[in-house]
Write a protein that binds this ligand. Sequence first.
Ligand code: SF4
Length: 361
Amino acid sequence: MTKAMYVHVPFCDHICAYCDFTRCGYYKPLVDQWLHAMIKELHDKALSPCKSVYIGGGTPSTLNEEQLESLLTALLPYTKHAVEYTMEVNAESLSEAKIALLVQYGVNRISMGAQSFQPHHLKKIERVADYAMIKQRIAQLRFHDITNISLDFMYGLPDQTMSEWVEDLHRAVALPITHLSLYALTIEEHSRFGRAQIQPCDADLEADFYETAIKLLEENGFEHYEISNFARDQRFSEHNLAYWHYDDFYGIGCGASGKENHIRYDNTRNLHTYIQNGPCPDKTLLSVKDEMFEMMMMGLRIKKGVSDVVFHQRFACSYHDVFDTAIQKHCASGNLLESNHRLYASKQGMMLLHEILVDFL
Ligand code: SF4
C-alpha cells in the first residue's frame, strides 16, 4: 500500500534569487484554475489514505484562506489517518487565520523556510522573513499546538562567513523547533543567481560549513539522522523517511513526482498544460537493477542505512549478492559499516556518498 503522498503547490509570493523549482508568482485566478485541476487529478486517481502527507512547493502558505481550505478539504479523504501531515510555509504568508485552518484540518507539522538570519544575505537571496518574524510565527504555531516545526537553512551563500553561519545555527537551536534541514546553495543555471553568473562557494569552505553544522547541532541535541537533516527528540520527518526507505509515494499536482508499482512518474511542470490537460505524467518503468541501486542510494543517506532483511523481502536476495565488491571495498576503507544486517555510511562515508555510490552502479 502506498503510504505517503506529496502534493506540489507551484505558487510563491515572490521568486527567490537562487530558485529554479517548479513555481510561479501568485495570481488568484490562476491558483483557482490550478486548484480545480488538482482536485480533478485527485478524483481521477484511485488513491488510498496515507500515513504521511506533505504539501510542498512553491509556497503553499501563499494560497489565500479560501483556496487553502479548498485544498485541505480535497485532501481530507487521504489525510484523515495520517500520522504526519506537513505543510511548507514561508513566515510572511502565514497568518493566524491560516494557522487555525491548518489545525482544523489536522496539519501537525510545519516546514518553514528560513535560509539565513543575516539581513544582508536575506536581501541578496531575495527572501522576506527575518529572524524576528520567524520567531513570532513559531510562537503562534506553538500557541495553536503545532509543535513539530522544521526550519530550512542554506550554507555557502555568496560571501557568507563562518561566524555568520555559526551565529545562525546558535539562534536556530535556541528556538523551540524539532527539526532542521540544511542545504548547500547550488547555483542553478536558470535562477537569477545563475543568470548573474554568481560563483558557487569554494568546495573546501562548503565542507567546513557542513562539518561545523554537524558538530554544533549534535552538541545541541540534534541527531544527524540523514545527510541534510537533523532532529530533536527523534522527531524525524516520517514523510521523507518514506523516500529514504524507498517506499512508494503518490505525487499530486503540477511539477510533482511519484513512484508506484515500479513506475516513477513526473507530472508536467507546465502549469497551463496541467490546467488544461491534467498531470500528463512522464513515466519510467524501473528495472529490478534500477530499484536495487536506488534503494541503496536512498537508504545510505540515513544514519540507520539499508536493511538487508527488507532488501531481501523486496528482491529475494541479499545486497551482498548484488553489490558485494563495492560493499567490501568501502567497508575496508571505513566509508561503510555493517552490523545487524544493516549497511550504513560512517561519518566520513556520509561526506563521500556520491563517490561511494559510483561503485554501486
Ligand atoms: S525558494 Fe521556495 S519560496 Fe523561494 S521561489 Fe523557490 S519555491 Fe518559492
